[in-house]
Design a protein around this ligand. Structure first.
Ligand code: GTP
Ligand code: MG
Length: 198
């Protein structure tokens, strides 16, 4: 997919105030600092469309971006990072669950996980919650530039083995790096295919 335009639309703390438009949308979720905002910039080819930071807790609202005038990408606050205060975590958690349970325009969620780490309970629990609520999702492994190809393979294999203890099938997944653009065509191609089915 060619990205012809990518514009920031609005930030919200309340899902009820998100754009009324019924354009299809795709949301990025995962632990704080996993690379959600960076991935949005990498996919759109706009360096600072979404705000990123080395410090966790940068994205604090539900942010809508309009892509090619016909679909939305959504950047969300991260869940579960020890350095974000307990009250901030609670607020983020509320936006996140409300967003996923109420946003009818959501076509699929992308749960981002850092490819370097072993499966974390907080991510597995969130995927479980999405499954229980019938919300489709794919997994996006981030920061693949930090590992050698063999290690990438091994980490993905380990992740699969843990997921298959809970799921009958491995969810659809992508291996990405916002530093070198790995996975860009695959993720955009997937979104393009889904948009065509709507
Ligand atoms: P919150 O908004 O706090 O929830 O974080 P986020 O998930 O949006 O993470 P963000 O995109 O702000 O990135 C966090 C840090 O990871 C930044 O220092 C990024 O430069 C770095 N980062 C993100 N993606 C990659 C990647 O693919 N490779 C490498 N090497 N660093 C990355
Ligand atoms: Mg962010």
């Amino acid at each position: 997919m060619v990205i012809k335009s990518a514009e920031f639309v609005v930030s919200n703390s309340d899902v009820a105030k998100c754009p009324k438009s019924t354009l299809p949308e795709y949301a990025f979720i995962g632990r704080s600092n996993v690379g959600k905002s960076s991935l949005i910039n990498m996919l759109t080819g706009r360096k600072s469309l979404a705000k990123t930071s080395g410090k966790p807790g940068k994205t604090q609202l539900i942010n809508h971006f309009l892509i090619n005038k016909n679909w939305h990408l959504v950047d969300l606050p991260g869940y579960g990072y020890a350095r974000v205060s307990k009250s901030a975590k609670k607020i983020f958690q509320k936006f996140i669950t409300q967003y996923f349970s109420h946003r009818e325009q959501l076509v699929t969620g992308f749960v981002l996980v850092d490819i370097r780490h072993k499966p974390q309970p907080i991510d597995l629990d969130f995927m479980q919650w999405l499954g229980e609520h019938g919300i489709p999702f794919s997994i996006i492994f981030t920061k693949a530039d930090k590992l050698k190809p063999k290690a990438i393979e091994r980490h993905v294999e380990d992740y699969k083995n843990v997921l298959l203890e809970f799921w009958e099938e491995m969810p659809n997944y992508f291996i990405t790096s916002s530093s070198n653009g790995l996975g860009r065509d695959n993720v955009l191609g997937y979104i393009e295919e889904l948009n065509k089915t709507l």
